[in-house]
Structures are given as C-alpha cells and as structure tokens.
Design a protein around this ligand. Structure first.
Ligand code: DGL
Length: 269
C-alpha cells in the first residue's frame, strides 16, 4: 500500500481526460494535477521549449513526492524525450498505451491519428504503431484549433463551428478508410461526442487519457504501489495562470466542482 499521490500534468484542461479516468478507475488514489494554463498551447511550440516546459512541470510535481508521474499530454509524450528520461518515478505517457489500444482495435489495419502539430511532426504514433504492427497504415492529421475549442469550452455537440472544424480535420482520415482514430492529444477526448458523430459508428476512437490511466493502474498493481482500497481519493489542481474559466470548464468536464481545490501557482518560484 502506498499513500503517495499520482502526479498528472498537461498544458491546460486536456489532462483532465486522464483525471476523469483516475477518479473512475482508481478512486482510491490521490491526485496532484498541474495544468500549465499560463503557457498553453504546447503543441505549436518548438521541441526545445516543449522540453523546457516538461522539465519544469515534472520538477513541480516531484516536490509532492508523487509515486507515479503521468504526462497526460500527447505533445510532451511525443517530443520531450530528454525530460522524460530523467524522471525518477515510474512514468506514464500517452503514446504507447494509445498505440497498444489502437492496434488491438483496428480490423482493417488503417489507423488515423489526430494530434497537435508538434505531435504529428514528431511521428511518435507512426513509429510506435510500426513497432507493434508493421502491417498497419497510419494517417496523421494536425488539429491545432481543437485545443482552443476545449480551452474555451466550445465542446457541446450543438456547436456547429466546432463541428465544421472537426469535419475538415478528419475528412482526410475518413477518406483513407481508417476504422480507428487515436485522439492523440488529451484535449480531444473532450470533443469525442462530436468526433464520434462525424466519424460514425464504424470508427473506434481511442481516448489517450483513459489508456494512459489503464497503463498506470497496471504499473501500480504490479509494483505494489496502489493505495488502500478503502481510501477515498482526493484531487488538488494547480494552474500557472488564473484563467477565469479553468474551474468552470473543469467542473463541466469532470462533473464535480473543483473550484475549492484549484490553486494558482508559480512553479518556478
Ligand atoms: N493536451 C496536450 C496534448 O495532448 C497539449 C495540447 C497543447 O497544449 O497544444 O498534446
């Protein structure tokens, strides 16, 4: 039994797709979440900057004595290899678990990947799927505008602008006949209802946040790191800018009121 918290970070609200899965599937675990709202988005930045941000985010979470660190961020998981290689605790990113789920799900070996520009340019998902299933064809599409849609709470299924943008992004994937789409940025599962509606029932969507949490669960269990099953997990949220709407949007995404557990922090002080 290990009472230490799990540390989760992302550039903003995206990583809450992982937090949602932790609350559901690892309800006994305490969570420290860091959303880098002062520097979002990460996905349009250079490798050097993403490495720096990732290193600082990880250092901040390490101060809490976390037993596991999760980069609930496709961009960091794809690009920040140096920062990740220096993590001392067990570490989970989103790329490997999502690719493992996608190669299991596909029936026609045609997999689409939606991600930020940095993620798609890194080729991280293509590379990993190639290792797991060389016969699979992978089609990637950069979807930079989707991060802003989520950060601005434009995620409701009636939002026709969101629908139109998503349609433009995923049509090329659907034209290639993909039967599986990896939501390769953790912001995108928040748009899954719209993406699913456009992609249709024959396309399986892979939720990176959920898959990363399933991997974390396995690591905790295999290494006797799980918390007492009777403990009711808590969550504390830190953000690097007092964005007006973080708690508000987070409340909608998580279905719980987190206003009292959200705190502004300067991680470099
Ligand atoms: N949610 C993150 C990802 O998975 C970051 C998106 C961004 O900040 O551009 O890539």
């Amino acid at each position: 039994m290990d009472k230490r918290p799990i540390g989760v970070f992302d550039s903003g609200l995206g990583g809450l797709s992982a937090v949602k899965a932790i609350i559901k599937y690892l309800p006994e675990e305490d969570i420290i979440y860091f959303g880098d709202t002062g520097r979002v988005p990460y996905g349009s930045r250079s490798e050097k900057i993403i490495e720096t941000y990732a290193r600082e985010d990880i250092k901040f979470l390490e101060k809490f004595g976390c037993k596991l660190i999760m980069a609930a961020c496709g961009t960091v998981s794809s690009v920040a290899h140096n920062a990740i290689s220096q993590v001392k605790e067990p570490f989970v990113g989103v790329v490997y678990p999502a690719c493992a789920a996608a190669v299991k799900a596909t029936r026609n070996n045609k997999i689409g990947v939606m991600g930020t520009s940095a993620t798609i340019n890194s080729g991280s998902y293509v590379k990993r799927i190639g290792e797991l299933k060389p016969e699979a064809e992978v089609f990637g599409v950069s979807c930079p505008l989707l991060v802003s849609l989520v950060e601005n709470d434009w995620i409701d299924s009636d939002n026709y602008i969101a629908k139109e943008i998503i349609k433009r992004y995923i049509e090329p994937l659907l034209e290639q006949g993909v039967d599986t789409i990896i939501l390769g940025c953790t912001h995108f599962p928040h748009l899954a209802p719209i993406i699913g509606e456009i992609a249709g029932d024959n396309v399986t969507l892979i939720d990176t946040g959920y898959e990363a949490v399933m991997k974390a669960k396995e690591i905790l269990e295999d290494n006797s790191l799980a918390n007492d099953a009777l403990h009711k997990g808590t969550a504390k949220y830190y953000i690097s800018d007092k964005t007006q709407n973080f708690s508000e949007i987070a409340n909608t995404l998580l279905g719980v009121d987190i206003s009292d557990s959200t705190e502004f922090v300067d991680i470099n002080s």
